[in-house]
Design a protein around this ligand. Structure first.
Ligand SMILES: O=C(O)c1ccc(O)c(O)c1
Ligand SMILES: [Mg+2]
Length: 627
């Protein structure tokens, strides 16, 4: 199937849209009439531009309010169609997409609609053109693909075929199995869109909240399996009306779109998506966060090392050729990079002290890289010094890196090979009893959330959780968790539309998106906090009112309540278990750490997030007024 996208899905003028569509690597494009009407260039020029860009003009659309009209509207509709046929000849496309009539004047009856479409088919055939008929989910008489198919079947004209648009089908929860019995050559166009499940009328839902496949909640895999049965081999075209996409980077949204189509075709037997389609390696099994790398200047490197030591990390080694140190506790590896060369340094110049990379352990790092590249991630390489191991990497949130490691290649020995071990005092320290990276939390522009959701869920075997709104004193923050089934990797994507949230301040000060906090798991949070406090780590103070409230909500043992309060530990409980969390103060105004203890608990303490945000806001204001 050819990959295609409707121009309505992107921001910009028609030229910008077409350039971005071609640059992303699509095979074809649907011209939305409005994009042509508002463009200052002749249809011939537009057609030539499309061909010069190597794109196929898949269809011109939409042609509205056609079938089932009484006279005189009926004759006028045919005249209108002839004018659009002229335009299509100038553009150089043979397919006109007609969507079902929404006019109050339209008359019902499948035979009446079939007769009109057959006549339009005759007129189109004379000019070598074709007609594709779509059921809008808010069509006056035809709103179900089974009816539009019946109309096309009764029109019984070789130049009249069917459009399947997944939004209209799924918005009305029409069963998908009837698709499998439509002959593939009677389907002229397939439009794919996903959407979040919302309680809303289909028209508003469709015009504002569609998104790319994989970003919403629709059962698109089931649709694709039914489509595969039909033998359809025409265009698979994204038609996405989305408010954010219309105000985002044309190029990035186009690239996300193609990624979503490649991902949609992945693993559906009998379907090949894209003219140049190749089989993808399976989803990378994200086992755990193997390391987190910090890019800092020398002065902050010392401060960060002090903080790591206070958190119970042990310095394990120094890089053989670079100003890079390795810190370890439990299964957690932290890297401080203050080398004057290389990626970390450039990242530091732009963002200041920051997390510049996260290393994920997968089953097969090479295969993970190939999958990521097939899904249009940008791979990253930098010169490999003598005695170093080349670690596959791709660009991630805010231009930071995601490295791939595995146990089956020489990457398993990276610490031993690249680092000079630190002379130890002999007795291994238990540190602060921290075990592993529990989660990594990214802050990003609100408009980017769907981009990174698709990135993580298409490349890795990570699934998404429902989004939650977290109130910050300066506005709402939307929070989306992506995580693996086994809990080895949990990532949080945060975005906010308010410019006054902590989150948005982070984006301003950080000059873009990035990691804002990292949580470490502990088996004994009280011991961990005790260790940290004795070693000079300051934790975020929590208000007395909070402890009154959790006492009222959970009826806690007075001794436990006192201990929580004394240690500034936040608490949550649900049907599964209990959660304990504590935060460090923010490092260099950029990022902070969280220590958590999970007792059969799978959430992230969403109820506590506003408490944390309010406390951080207080700390911030305090540090600003005391300057
Ligand atoms: O919102 C609309 O009007 C509209 C137009 C054309 C389509 O293909 C569609 O699915 C919706
Ligand atoms: Mg459509």
């Amino acid at each position: 199937m050819l990959t295609s996208i409707a121009t309505v899905s992107l921001s910009g003028d028609l030229q910008e849209k077409l350039d971005a569509i071609a640059a992303a690597g699509f095979d074809g494009v649907e011209i939305f009439e409005n994009d042509l009407l508002t463009f200052d260039g002749s249809p011939e020029d537009v057609g030539k531009t499309i061909r010069d860009l190597g794109l196929k003009l898949v269809t011109f659309q939409p042609f509205r309010d056609f079938e089932g009209m009484p006279e005189p509207q009926r004759s006028r509709a045919f005249d209108r169609a002839e004018r659009k046929f002229d335009l299509m000849e100038e553009l150089g496309t043979d397919l006109l997409m007609v969507c079902s009539n929404v006019s109050p004047h339209s008359l019902g009856g499948l035979d009446r609609a079939a007769k009109d479409l057959a006549e339009l088919g005759d007129r189109a055939a004379k000019r070598g053109l074709r007609i594709a008929f779509e059921a809008l989910s808010w069509g006056k008489h035809i709103s179900d693909y089974r009816d539009s198919w019946e109309v096309v079947r009764r029109a019984n004209h070789p130049n009249v075929g069917l459009v399947l648009d997944t939004f209209h089908i799924m918005a009305r929860k029409v069963p998908l199995d009837a698709i499998a019995s439509i002959p593939g050559d009677r389907i002229f166009l397939v439009q794919v869109a996903d959407a979040p499940i919302l309680e809303m009328d289909p028209l508003s839902w469709s015009r504002h909240f569609r998104c790319f496949p994989g970003q919403g909640d629709f059962p698109l895999d089931e649709f694709m399996r039914n489509l595969a049965v039909t033998g359809y081999d025409g265009p698979l075209s994204l038609e996405i009306f989305n408010d954010q996409f219309r105000s985002s980077s044309t190029k990035n949204v186009a690239k996300d779109g193609l990624r979503s189509l490649i991902y949609l075709g992945d693993g559906v037997d009998g379907i090949k998506v894209g003219a140049k389609a190749a089989a993808l390696p399976p989803k990378a099994h994200a086992r755990n966060v193997e390391f987190v790398e910090f890019a800092v200047e020398e002065e902050n490197a010392e401060k960060l090392a002090t903080l790591f030591a206070g958190l119970g990390f042990e310095k394990r080694g120094s890089h053989k050729s670079k100003a890079v140190t390795w810190w370890k506790q439990g299964d957690i590896n932290l890297v401080i990079n203050c080398d004057k060369d290389g990626f970390a340094h450039s990242y530091n110049i732009v963002h200041g002290p920051s997390v510049c990379a996260v290393g994920l352990k997968v089953d097969d790092a090479g295969a993970a890289l190939r999958r990521a590249q097939s899904l249009l991630a940008s791979s990253f390489t930098q010169p490999v010094g003598a005695g170093e191991i080349a670690m596959p990497a791709i660009r991630g949130v805010g231009g930071s890196l995601v490295y791939f490691l595995d146990d089956q290649s020489e990457l398993a020995r990276i610490w031993d090979v690249e680092f000079e071990p630190e002379a130890t005092t002999g007795k291994p320290s238990a540190g602060a009893s921290l075990k592993a990276v529990d989660h990594v939390s990214y802050s990003m522009q609100y408009e980017e959330m769907l981009t990174w959701l698709l990135y993580f869920t298409s490349i890795f075997d990570l699934g998404k959780m429902p989004t939650v709104d977290v109130p910050d004193p300066g506005g709402l923050v939307q929070s989306q968790v992506v995580q693996g089934n086994d809990g080895g990797v949990r990532l949080i994507l945060n975005g906010s539309q308010s410019p006054h949230t902590q989150h948005s301040q982070f984006l301003n000060e950080f000059f873009g998106s990035g990691v804002q906090h990292i949580a470490f798991s502990s088996d004994d949070i009280f011991a961990s906090v005790d260790y940290c406090r004795k070693n000079g780590v300051e934790v975020l103070p929590i208000s007395e009112n909070y402890y009154d409230d959790i006492d009222a909500r959970f009826g806690l043992d007075p001794d436990l309540l006192d201990r929580l309060k004394a240690a500034n530990i936040l608490y949550d409980r649900d049907d599964d278990g209990e959660y304990y969390q504590v935060y460090t103060k923010t490092f260099a105004n950029r990022f902070f750490f969280e220590l958590v203890e999970r007792r059969d608990y799978r959430g992230f303490g969403a109820a506590n997030a506003p408490i944390r945000l309010a406390s951080q806001t207080r700390m911030n204001r305090h540090s600003q007024t005391s300057k």
